[in-house]
Design a protein around this ligand. Structure first.
Ligand SMILES: C[S@@+](CC[C@H](N)C(=O)[O-])C[C@H]1O[C@@H](n2cnc3c(N)ncnc32)[C@H](O)[C@@H]1O
Length: 206
């Protein structure tokens, strides 16, 4: 069981956003893209028992950690983790079928992966979400070309030093990407430590 300090800090505030925005009264299906250690999915699954959670990862060590969390918590609403490369089309997303998910969750991946992952996330979410389904992303973002405060400017710089393909993405860019994939930004929630939750809703067909 790997443990990430950031996941431990942000799992409760993100759960609060989920509880406010997800129906707890009927069976739902959720896909977590880039689950990391498995801390988030097992935390969310304990509070949202009506949701069947599908964790996924790209990193083999993380996949093993998610399985260790599943074994530890024995939750009947967390499926075995699947290998999922967010940069690939949804047809390669471990058998996740189109329009089967009520919720797609993605935490702290967008700025720590190449742009192809962000593009793949929005394209894939547009495909696998049911009409009116929700994509929740969490992390630090730029707003209208501005990164604030100074600590996020420095974080962005350090990410780009580590990998020129990484870095904070602009919310207006994400909105345009969402729109191309049948999603729209419904809500933006300020979170602790200068992060945000972005909630994108899939357009209904009618
Ligand atoms: C900072 S970690 C966040 C993990 C977890 N969501 C959390 O908040 O603890 C970034 C994650 O992005 C994942 N990642 C990198 N490239 C990816 C890809 N092509 N497809 C899916 N996930 C990817 C990494 O494996 C890693 O788990």
């Amino acid at each position: 069981m790997l443990s990430a300090a950031a996941a431990e800090r942000n799992k409760e505030p993100i759960l609060a956003v989920l509880l406010e925005n997800v129906n707890t009264g009927r069976p739902l299906r959720a896909l977590e893209v880039s689950s990391g250690t498995g801390q988030h999915v097992t935390h969310f699954a304990q509070a949202l028992r009506n949701v069947m959670w599908q964790p996924s990862e790209y990193d083999r060590q993380s996949l093993a950690s998610i399985e260790a969390y599943r074994a530890r918590y024995q939750l009947n609403n967390v499926m075995p983790a699947i290998y999922l490369d967010a940069s690939l089309p949804h047809q390669y997303w471990g058998g996740v079928q189109p329009e089967t998910m009520d919720l797609v969750v993605n935490i702290n991946m967008i700025h720590i992966s190449p742009m192809a992952c962000t593009e793949g996330l929005f394209t894939g979410a547009g495909a696998v979400l049911k009409p009116r389904g929700l994509l929740l992303t969490y992390g630090p973002y730029a707003v209208n070309g501005q990164i604030t405060p100074q600590s996020n400017i420095e974080f962005d710089y350090s990410l780009r030093q580590r990998n020129p393909e990484w870095g904070l993405r602009d919310i207006s860019f994400l909105c345009a990407l969402a729109q191309r994939n049948g999603l729209f930004l419904e809500k933006m929630v300020d979170m602790p430590a200068n992060n945000k939750c972005l909630l994108f809703r899939k357009e209904s067909l009618v």
